[in-house]
Each structure stands twice: as structure tokens, then as C-alpha cells.
Design a binder for this molecule. Structure first.
Ligand code: PEP
Ligand code: MN
Length: 351
């Protein structure tokens, strides 16, 4: 159920409706919009009796949401969600075309600084890098753990970029939440419901990657899990799905972008690195992602891809990333987007 408030409803009206919903044993999610506030009701197995809310002051109407996802839906919020980062011009969603770049994994301080310097200079607003890596084999590099997070925090200090890194379980999420600006939930965890709920209680935005065999509805339901716990800052990421194709690691499903945008107000970005698995396909698919109307890109870049401890084959050389940025800036402009400068570094120093 969804309560649509009148355009002139006061904060007291909104609060009274939320209190009423909670008193009935449900959870109220008040989402302000450009025109009016809408209040999503979750936790109801059956139907809430609209009569109890219909007559309250400031209420315009009570609507039944027929789709299984409610908070991610445009029924609740017609306008696009824009996630902002205090003190910077960076956003996820909105007019800015967000650029997240960095290595698959943080391998050493030197490697992280070398890559960060290049991607920040090229215009990336966010630095990515795994400290906890969900690897197919238990015998391959698993990430530096907290040390990796500390290195990322240093990258933020030095280059002024925001930090995004993956949490693979509840334990790592505790630490990731402390260090990072955005918490990444990986494809393999898209339906790890306890992790999604924990991310929903975090105070940081969440980047949710699509599971490698997830349908659109399953993907949106995973985002709903996060939002249902009260974290409304979720950004979706298409990273390719498994198909019979063997010319790429995954099949990057760019048609998902307009499909999501019809149904949901959440921003959606594209990962052409995991989406193709091949360095030579990353830039062409990045151009396509900008053209299709995605809200940004997440790109793997390494200073020495041939020596990378994970995903070297799909990691760009820094100069290839420079070229990608030059091309994507032009395509983004055609669809009314710009890649904003994040702002002056908070602290500058010699690397
Ligand atoms: C990653 O971003 O390095 C990663 C492991 O991504 P995914 O979860 O999409 O495989
Ligand atoms: Mn990777």
C-alpha cells in the first residue's frame, strides 16, 4: 500500500500518518518527492484497511501497489533518485554521468596509489577496489581485508575521490561501512538476503550488482530488501549475465537499463569490465552504456594488468582509460549528461 499526501500536506500530517501506520504494526517509509510526499507501507502480509488512513488530514489517496516491489517502484516516487556526496559535486544519478574506476582488487599501497593517481586525473569521481574478494577458487588472492580498506581511505585523502568497495558478508560489511563511501554488494551475493538486510541498516549508499542469472524482477526485489530496512540510497549495476556466448565472459545486457528506468526511480550504472571480461571490449561497451542512458560506469583499471592478482584480462591500461573518458564524455553530452569534476582534492601530496 502507498499513501499519497496532498501537495500542501504539512510535516505534522506526514508524521501523524507514519505514526498511525506504525501503530497498526507496519513500517512507514516516507519518501519526499518534487510535488508531494508518498509514504510506502511495508511489512503487511495482507491488506491494510485503507479506511483508517484515507480520512486523515493531508492524505490525498491510498493506493494498492500491485507489483511485488514497492519502494523501488516509480509508483512510490516518480522522479529519479539522485545520491549526493557532501562536499563534492559527485552524484550517482542525476545529470552527472558517474565514473567509478580502479583495480579489481587492492593488492598493495603502491599499486592502489599508482592506479588512483591516473584515474583521478582522468576524471573518475569514485575509486573502486576490492579488499574482500569473492573468488571462484579458495586458492586465489582473497584480498587484503582491512589493510585494503585503510589503503583506500588514504586514496580518498590524497586524491579527493569517493571510495567504493565490496562487502562479502555481515562481518566485512561492518568494516566496509566504516571506511567506504559506497558499499558494493557483488553479483554472487545479490540474493544473500541477510546481507541485503544488513546493508539496508547501513548508513552508506549501496551499489547492488545484478546476479549472473537474475531476472529484472529478482534484481528489483533484491534492491527492495535493502530499501525495506530504511536505506533508500541504492544504485543498481548491470554487470552481464551468463549465456551460451563464448566470445565474452558474460553477456552485457544493456536493454536492462531502459527496462529498469521504466519501473524504478533508482539510478543504474554499467560494468563493462565484468560484463565482457575482455579488455578490448570495455571501451566500445562503455560508449554504448552512455548512449543507452545509464547513470554511469564502473571500470577496472590496473597499472600492470598482466601482473594483476585478479581480473587482469579485463583491466584497462591507464592510457586506455584516458581514451575511454575522452570518448564517453562526447557520447554522454549527446544524451544530456556531463561528467562533473568531483572538486578539489581534500589533501594533495606527492605520490
Ligand atoms: C568486482 O566488482 O570486482 C566483482 C567481483 O564484481 P561482480 O560481483 O559483478 O562479479
Ligand atoms: Mn573484478
Amino acid at each position: 500500500m502507498l499513501v499519497v499526501m496532498q501537495a500542501h500536506a504539512t510535516e505534522e500530517h506526514v508524521r501523524a500518518v507514519c505514526e498511525k501506520i506504525e501503530a497498526l504494526g507496519y513500517r512507514a517509509h516516507s519518501i519526499p518527492g518534487a510535488q508531494r510526499t508518498a509514504i510506502g507501507i511495508t511489512g503487511n502480509q495482507g491488506e491494510v484497511q485503507p479506511g483508517t488512513l484515507d480520512e486523515m488530514p493531508g492524505v490525498q489517496e491510498v493506493i494498492r501497489v500491485s507489483k511485488p516491489y514497492k519502494l523501488v517502484s516509480r509508483d512510490l516516487k516518480a522522479e529519479n533518485t539522485i545520491i549526493k556526496f557532501a562536499g563534492t559535486h559527485a552524484t550517482l544519478g542525476g545529470e552527472n554521468f558517474a565514473i567509478i574506476a580502479g583495480p579489481c582488487a587492492i593488492e598493495s599501497r603502491e599499486q592502489a596509489m599508482a592506479v588512483a593517481e591516473r584515474v583521478a586525473k582522468a576524471g573518475a569521481q569514485f575509486f573502486r577496489g576490492g579488499a574482500y574478494k569473492p573468488r571462484t577458487s579458495p586458492y586465489t588472492f582473497q584480498g587484503l581485508g582491512e589493510q585494503g580498506l585503510q589503503i583506500m581511505a588514504e586514496v580518498r585523502e590524497r586524491f579527493g575521490v569517493k571510495i567504493i568497495t565490496e562487502a562479502i558478508d555481515n562481518e566485512s560489511l561492518e568494516l566496509v561501512e566504516q571506511y567506504a563511501d559506497v558499499i558494493q554488494i557483488g553479483a554472487r551475493n545479490m540474493q544473500n538476503f541477510s546481507l541485503l538486510k544488513r546493508a539496508g541498516r547501513a548508513r552508506k549508499p549501496v551499489l547492488l550488482k545484478r546476479g549472473m542469472s537474475a531476472t529484472l524482477e529478482e534484481f528489483l526485489m533484491a534492491a527492495e530488501y535493502i530499501m525495506s530496512e530504511g536505506n533508500y540510497n541504492v544504485v543498481l549495476c548491470e554487470r552481464g549475465v551468463r549465456t551460451f556466448a563464448d566470445h565474452t565472459r558474460n553477456t552485457l545486457d544493456l536493454s536492462l537499463i531502459p527496462a529498469v528506468q521504466r519501473l524504478s526511480h533508482l539510478p543504474i550504472i554499467v560494468d563493462p569490465s565484468h560484463g565482457t571480461g575482455k579488455r578490448n571490449k570495455v571501451t566500445p561497451m562503455s560508449r554504448a552504456a552512455a548512449a543507452v542512458g545509464a547513470d554511469g560506469l564502473i571500470i577496472e583499471v590496473h597499472n600492470q594488468p598482466d601482473k594483476a592478482l585478479s581480473d587482469g584480462m579485463q583491466s584497462l591500461y591507464p592510457e586506455q582509460f584516458d581514451e575511454l573518458m575522452a570518448q564517453v564524455r562526447q557520447i554522454a553530452a549527446v544524451v544530456g549528461r556531463t561528467i562533473v569534476e568531483i572538486g578539489e582534492p581534500v589533501a594533495s601530496g606527492k605520490v
